[in-house]
Design a protein around this ligand. Structure first.
Ligand code: AMP
Length: 282
């Protein structure tokens, strides 16, 4: 496995591989790898000749009062895991490499970035789209792998790829959870023991609402109320949003029909966690 820090070198290495006829699978991450990231790598290794993982904590997707500085990092540990899983190249650029002096170009996907996480994290998706588009131009992947954990991110990236005619196939991988249902996340490392126990309330709420839909409830308002009831019982939890939306375009939905996304953002103490499920209600 090779660690690459320069954009120029990364592009040259990719072009070499492409000239040999190799297909490129790409897994963009912010590092501090867990089983969720690894599930993406496994998919990429299975379906591509060469696998590139980027590890880059992208400053432009963090708000001024967010956790950019304390975001967990373990580059050496990440490299060991990546190598074991069969990653060929780790792209690990410095900020000056990605945003050199004079950098002035940003990508803004409209509408679908103004709800859910986009509403509470203004500028977040502008940063995500910008860095992902840059990474696509550098790594030139045939297929890029993203997790359903970040449901809105997947929809926004797919929109960007389609709108800008970017030549990449976006593959979405299922959410990997801990044994008790908590969705794996690098940010789970922030949780103190009592907060870690409290954090399963997200999955409990999602499972509860799924059961309610299975018993025939289809009114989004009542389903949301059920989520609020469950989460309010957990003293360490405060809801940022609990929403039920069309799973393809994030439009608002009053009645649960077709593919719906049930998405949560909840603070456990100071740690912000997100989770979601997609339900197909015929
Ligand atoms: P991050 O390092 O948090 O930016 O995540 C990098 C990629 O891994 C994104 O596409 C995430 O959606 C995905 N990912 C993160 N956590 C999980 C998880 N628990 N299950 C599946 N994919 C995940």
């Amino acid at each position: 496995m090779e660690i690459v820090k320069s954009v120029k070198e990364m592009k040259e290495l990719i072009l070499e591989q492409k000239a040999l006829g190799k297909t490129i699978g790409f897994v963009p991450t912010m590092g501090y790898l867990h089983e969720g990231h690894i599930s993406l790598v496994k998919q990429a290794v299975m379906s591509n000749d060469i696998v590139v993982m980027s590890i880059y904590v992208n400053p432009t997707q963090f708000g001024a009062n967010e956790d950019l500085d304390k975001y967990p990092r373990d580059f050496e540990g990440d490299c060991k895991l990546a190598e074991k899983e069969g990653v060929d190249f780790v792209f690990f650029p410095a900020n000056e490499e990605m945003y050199p002096n004079g950098y002035n170009t940003y990508i803004n996907v409209e509408g679908i970035t103004e709800v859910l996480c986009g509403a509470v994290r203004p500028g977040h998706f502008r940063g995500v789209c910008t860095v992902v588009a840059k990474l696509f131009n550098i790594v030139m992947p045939d297929v890029a792998y993203f997790g359903q954990k970040d449901a809105q991110q997947v929809i926004v990236i797919k929109r960007m790829v389609s709108d800008l005619n970017i030549n990449v196939k976006v593959e979405v991988c299922p959410i990997v959870r801990e044994a008790d249902g908590l969705a794996m996340s690098s940010r789970n490392s922030y949780l103190k023991p009592d907060e870690r126990s409290a954090a399963i309330v997200l999955y409990r709420a999602l499972s509860g609402v799924k059961r309610l839909i299975e018993t025939g409830e289809s009114d989004a308002g009542r389903l949301k109320e059920h989520i609020y009831e469950i989460i309010r019982k957990e003293k360490l939890a405060s809801i940022e949003y609990a929403e039920i939306r069309n799973a393809e375009d994030l439009s608002d939905t009053q009645n649960i029909k077709g593919n719906v996304l049930i998405a949560l953002a909840v603070k456990i103490g100071k740690t912000r966690l997100i989770d979601n499920i997609i339900i197909n209600n015929i």
